[in-house]
Design a protein around this ligand. Structure first.
Ligand code: NAD
Length: 340
């Protein structure tokens, strides 16, 4: 039975809690939050609907200090679901104490912080996984699986969208403080940049247009990812939608032999439309991307040698990709990704 801790119990902390609580190979032993009294309270929802499961904290130690948590609680694994500007510091502290970490995406605010996390994980020889949940999200994972079979030929185009109203739930509104969140591009849009990279590798260059938000950050971005092969790849991310719009994540993937579409606001949300014959919805694994990323993490912690779905280098590359998109939008120029 793996003893799990959760550090940061806001929207995503509660999400990880529910995923762990559904499993029978682990037990949540402790939660640490800067506001430990708030842990008892059921949280407001973020973009992806949360469970309505009631919060059962029996047997869970609640703490307000991370050092004390590491001193007093024996943990085999830790979810770090803190605001992004804290990822580097707390991830490195946990790894240094020998605790395997699943840290939420984005890996960190900047590349030097990503490098520090990678070096610490290597030095300590401990598992570090970054929560790029879209790689595990059933529809996105299935689209990649179908492409990888070769059944539908080569990919011709992909267009991704992640559209949201301004998030209002974060602790002390850290998401709106771009020094703490990295802006919409690093917090929200990175999901799609990461998926582009997952499907096609890093592009040669990006060309983005954006709407500036706070500082040199973006509230809206549309990017073309430029590859040498004959493909048209684009993504749009925003948190400028009117609150009544809600949230949409969607994609159109056109391959030589099929069009594969997903739209979280439609029913059916996922369809494969083959060049010949009727459209159909393939069977999908139950649960969502959070369940499957946690599954991957816990099985890796237990020593299973699983195929890498996300790596530390790819998580770093997604930060690099988003930084290039930001520069491109601000300068109005194509930005090359040739140098690491
Ligand atoms: N994978 C996804 O789909 C997804 C979705 C939303 C957020 N996220 C990521 O998850 C992370 C957390 O986001 P959130 O929406 O849950 O934020 P949040 O504001 O809802 O929660 C953050 C929690 O951390 C606590 N906290 C802050 N400083 C602390 C400290 N020093 N020690 C202990 N606790 C502290 C706060 O009290 C709060 O409860 C971010 O990196 C965000 O980008 C990922």
């Amino acid at each position: 039975m793996i003893r799990v801790g959760i550090l940061g119990f806001g929207f995503m902390g509660r999400m990880h809690f529910d995923c762990y609580a559904r499993r029978d190979d682990c037990r949540i032993v402790a939660i640490c939050d800067a506001n430990p009294e708030g842990v008892q309270v059921d949280r407001a929802v973020g973009n992806v609907a949360q469970t309505t499961e009631s919060l059962d904290l029996s047997g869970v130690e609640i703490l307000g200090d991370f050092e004390r948590m590491m001193d007093t609680v024996k943990m085999d694994a830790l979810s770090i679901t803190l605001p992004t500007f804290l990822h580097r510091e707390y991830t490195c502290r946990a790894l240094d104490r020998g605790i395997p970490v699943l840290c939420e995406k984005p890996m960190a605010l900047c590349l030097p912080d990503c490098d520090a996390m990678i070096h610490t994980a290597e030095r300590c020889g401990k598992v570090l996984q970054i929560g790029h949940c879209i790689r595990f999200w059933p529809e996105y994972a299935k689209a990649k699986e179908l492409l990888d079979t070769g059944r539908y030929g080569e990919i011709l185009s992909l267009s991704l969208r992640r559209l949201s109203a301004r998030p209002t739930w974060s602790h002390e509104d850290w998401l709106m403080n771009t020094d703490r969140s990295g802006g919409m591009e690093l917090d929200l849009h990175i999901h799609d940049s990461d998926y582009v990279q997952h499907l096609l590798g890093m592009p040669k260059a990006v060309f983005s247009a954006g709407v500036k938000g706070g500082g040199d950050h973006l509230d809206h971005v549309t990017t073309q990812y430029l590859y040498e092969q004959n493909v048209a790849i684009s993504a749009e991310g925003t948190w400028t939608m009117a609150p009544s719009f809600g949230f949409e994540m969607s994609f159109h993937l056109v391959a030589e032999g099929a069009t594969i579409v997903f739209d979280s606001t439609r029913d059916p949300a996922f369809r494969v439309c083959p060049a010949e014959g009727e459209a159909f919805t393939p069977s999908l694994v139950p649960g969502d991307g959070y369940d499957w990323e946690l599954d991957h993490f816990l099985r890796t912690v237990q020593g299973e040698d699983l195929p890498a779905v996300t790596t530390l280098e790819s998580a770093r590359d997604s930060v690099r990709l988003v930084e290039a998109e930001r520069r491109s939008a601000l300068k109005g120029e194509i930005v090359s990704l040739d140098s690491p």
